[in-house]
Design a protein around this ligand. Structure first.
Ligand code: NAP
Length: 540
């Protein structure tokens, strides 16, 4: 659904809150703050709601969290009345759902679409934020809430000659809103992350030839998608609140298939290991990584899981050389595990070719294709499935200036620093939803988003009730939090690979492990801070 720009009603005076972004986070934030009686405006660069699900319309785009979990839990009526059609929802259905929520809770009237925030500056004298947009708006607001998403700035690699290409180019994260017909086309896909792994089988089914340019092979387990199991759905809906509560207590806030284990892989015999992994492989989904309790912390255990997946790849892909190239050699789960439907099978199609660009690096894009060091590939279309400047990219593209002229770019020069992933020292009354330093991308995002939104709403209401001008993280508490986040990460296998969690996919980006590993303990930490009267913050 495309919305027309709603001009901001001038002379409204100062707002209580500006929310940047009308995705899942921004919409719920708007709803909560309105319920709390605040004057709020959402600024959204797209022409519709949905955030991630508005932009990522590539063929095969689908959620990797099950539908009954990847949905808002704040309204019992909403969760009862909405019916999902598949175990994992596709992008169009999720976008329909988000539009339904926006309509059902009358949220559209609070959103100005087609408006990009360019600058936000904290005015210390008046204790408010001054926000400038590309539409010429200048808006003042007491609170600034960044609901800008973790994966919302596309990463398009600077490959020489990119502009010279005569065919069409696409990025999975900013896909056109009209149907793309690949039939009869020679298509090149650069990248083999989650987006590519979903898109490749769909593009291959349509196009004349598909060339996949792979830099790093990726682990993927079957999603085992299908129509939703109605009996299971009825069971969940009969006690949805309990289901949500249980999921919120799980690592990663994932419930249904992520039954954990209290056992190390090393305590099981090789036969038991194979049976356990096979069981989870057949069920499909992220539950694969829950097979043993030490897969993310013990390399030896991790190796067993990794080899199980490599075996499945070798079994599936007929050409031994291609299978070998598709077998990752890194730690499984260290980069985001992918879920697929027929990804590896696609390489058995005669018109699908895999190019190992470590062996034969891309040198340049030419008007008619891609030139690698040893081979030239003639192409009609290039799909960049090259990911995002994750977690910090969108925040740093906005010029945010806090107290004493400190810019976020300067404050985060050596990597993002936050207190609880929610606030930044030097930036009073600014909140981040699922910011770096919070579990966000390592969880079911909606659970994390709801937790952040509700925490922020209570904090904002507290400030207004106490008639404080502002809240700001203390230096010591922020330093302590950053240290805590790094310490947890250092005890796991996560820092061992070049993932976007570490900023390693963006040339020049500081290598810092950004998310907090530790849901649901994290939630308790936020609650403790709150119940101690917001310890670690100063009010003025
Ligand atoms: P990604 O995981 O960052 O993958 C990007 C791919 O592009 C990688 O294979 C990367 O190779 C490659 N690449 C990047 N720069 C390159 C360059 N200069 N030359 C050649 N190759 C390059 O991005 P994504 O697939 O869009 O996924 C991002 C995240 O979005 C996922 O991890 C997941 O959290 C989320 N997502 C979720 C779903 C879902 O719910 N099912 C679907 C899609 C995305 P290297 O590995 O060598 O860097």
């Amino acid at each position: 659904m495309e919305m027309t720009t709603r001009p901001f009603i001038a002379n409204t005076g100062q707002l209580d809150a500006i929310i940047v972004g009308a995705g899942i986070a921004g919409l719920y934030m708007l709803h909560r703050l309105r319920q709390a009686g605040l004057s709020v405006l959402v600024l959204e660069r797209g022409k519709g709601v949905g955030g991630t699900w508005y932009w990522n319309r590539y063929p095969g785009a689908r959620c990797d969290v099950e539908s009954l979990e990847y949905s808002y839990s704040f309204s019992e009526r909403l969760q009862q009345e909405w019916n999902w059609s598949e175990r994992y929802s596709g992008q169009p259905e999720i976008l329909d759902y988000i539009n339904h929520v926006a309509n059902r809770f009358d949220l559209l009237s609070g959103i100005q679409f087609g408006t990009k925030v360019e600058k936000a500056r904290y005015d210390e004298t008046h204790a408010c934020w001054i926000i400038n947009t590309d539409q010429g708006d200048r808006i003042t607001s007491k609170f600034l809430i960044m609901a800008t998403g973790c994966l919302s700035s596309a990463n398009i690699p600077q490959i020489e000659g990119r502009e010279s290409f005569k065919g069409a180019t696409y990025h999975t994260g900013s896909w056109p809103h009209h149907e793309i017909d690949f039939s009869g086309q020679r298509v090149g896909v650069i990248g083999t992350g989650s987006s590519a792994i979903q898109a490749i089988p769909h593009i291959a089914a349509e196009c004349e030839s598909l060339t996949v340019f792979q830099r790093t092979a990726n682990y993927s387990v079957p999603a085992r998608n299908g129509t939703i199991n109605k009996t299971y759905e009825a069971e969940v809906k009969a006690n949805y609140a309990e289901f949500r509560k249980r999921n919120r207590m799980m690592p990663a806030a994932l419930g249904s298939t992520f039954t954990g284990s209290n056992q190390s892989a090393l305590e099981a015999s090789p036969e038991e290991q194979q049976m356990e992994f096979a069981k989870r492989w057949n069920i499909g989904g992220f539950g694969f990584l829950g097979a043993y309790n030490d897969l993310t912390i013990n390399k030896e255990s991790n190796d067993v899981a990794a080899e199980f997946v490599r075996e499945r790849i070798r079994e599936t892909v007929a050409d031994a050389n291609t299978a070998g190239l598709l077998c990752p050699d890194s730690v499984i789960g260290c980069k985001r595990l992918c879920l697929d439907t027929n990804y590896f099978e696609t390489y058995n199609m005669p018109h699908v070719h895999l190019v190992d660009i470590r062996e034969d690096p891309i040198q340049r894009i030419m008007p008619t294709g891609i030139r690698c060091k040893n081979t030239v590939y003639e192409l009609d279309d290039i799909v960049f499935a090259t990911g995002f400047d994750a977690m910090t990219g969108t925040l740093l593209r906005i010029r945010i200036t806090g107290r004493s002229g400190l810019t976020l770019q300067d404050a985060w020069k050596a990597g993002p620093r936050t207190y609880l992933g929610l606030t930044v020292k030097g930036f009073p009354n600014m909140f981040l939803i699922s910011g770096p330093g919070s579990p966000s991308v390592l969880t079911n995002m909606i659970v994390s988003i709801e937790q952040h939104v509700e925490w922020i709403e209570r904090c904002v209401s507290y400030i207004l009730e106490k008639q404080y001008s502002a809240i700001e993280a203390e230096q010591g508490s922020q330093d302590g939090w950053v240290e805590h986040v790094n310490l947890i990460a250092s005890k796991t296998l996560y820092p061992s690979c070049n993932s976007w969690y570490r900023g390693a996919n963006i040339p020049g980006k500081p290598r810092v492990f950004m998310p907090h590993i530790g849901f649901p303990t994290y939630v308790a930490q936020c609650e403790e801070v709150e119940s101690a009267g917001y310890s670690g913050f100063e009010f003025y």
